[in-house]
Design a protein around this ligand. Sequence first.
Ligand SMILES: [Cu+2]
Length: 340
Amino acid sequence: MLFVYLIVGGIFIVALLALVYRILSLIDVAKNSESKRVGFSNTVNAFLFIVFFVVGFGGIAWYSGIASENYLPVSASDHGLLTDRLFWITTAIVFVAFFLTHVLLFFAPFLFRFQEDRKALWFPHSNKLEVAWTVVPAIVLTVLVLSGYKVWSDITSPAPKDRVEVEIMGKQFNWQVRYAGKDGVIGKYDFRKIDATNAMGMDFANDKANFDDFTPNEIHIPKGKNVLLKIRARDVLHSVFMPHFRVKMDAVPGMPTSFWFVPNKTTAEMRTETGKPDFNYELACTEVCGSGHFAMKFKIIVDEPAEYEKWYASQEAWAVSNKDYIKTLNLKDVNLADLK
Ligand SMILES: [Cu+2]
């Protein structure tokens, strides 16, 4: 509502200024003083530059103050701290440059506005200035790009061997998640095996590693361990977004992607830190993928490693909870009684 008042107030003030300006011009005409080289309007415009500068930067400060309440908490992953630092350094440099150039842009027309008794300085060219404002931004940008490149190559380096793997598949309109089970290997899938029950297309006929895989309703990951997300999509583009870990990677049909990171705060620690006892990490889809896009939310729990192991061991394999389905596959070398 405040926003509407500000807009209406702003329009009102501009209209009022326009009216005052028009009246003053008419007074000028009436006094027959428009024979002067530059009229009163020039001074009004010069002052308006200052008004716009103050209102503009005041607006930035006001809005940033309000928006900062909704900023994400400190990153809950190691690489997130690096990307956040890079983001804030870049933002600070860009803001300082933005502020200084706008001080020049708005104050110069005010300070150097036309005055009868002042003569303009003729200043067509300066090699020194040209070199300075080419070289300084070039150096700053090079440093920014190189430090960004370094962070990016660290983050996207191959995942270490010692890791927890989670397969995430996006589909219209939910996420399917799969873990390797006891054997530590996520079974192969085949899109032709997808049906109403086997949503992920686990290929039981050709890969026995599927039999102990489990598909939980929430993602659990251990604190301080390497976590590799193996990402794919079943139909259209989706995007894996875990804002608290600063993780974002598209889920592309036909082209598996991956992302690895190290969570560094458990859910319990984050609840204490944010003062929100019902806080939960979440996975959201951030690719507008259709009418049910908004529903693609998935809970993530970061456990202490020991709790995680306990949770992992307590999960029942998909094949065990879906024995009837496995039976319909008529696999010769599989004994249903062996499935536990
Ligand atoms: Cu989606």
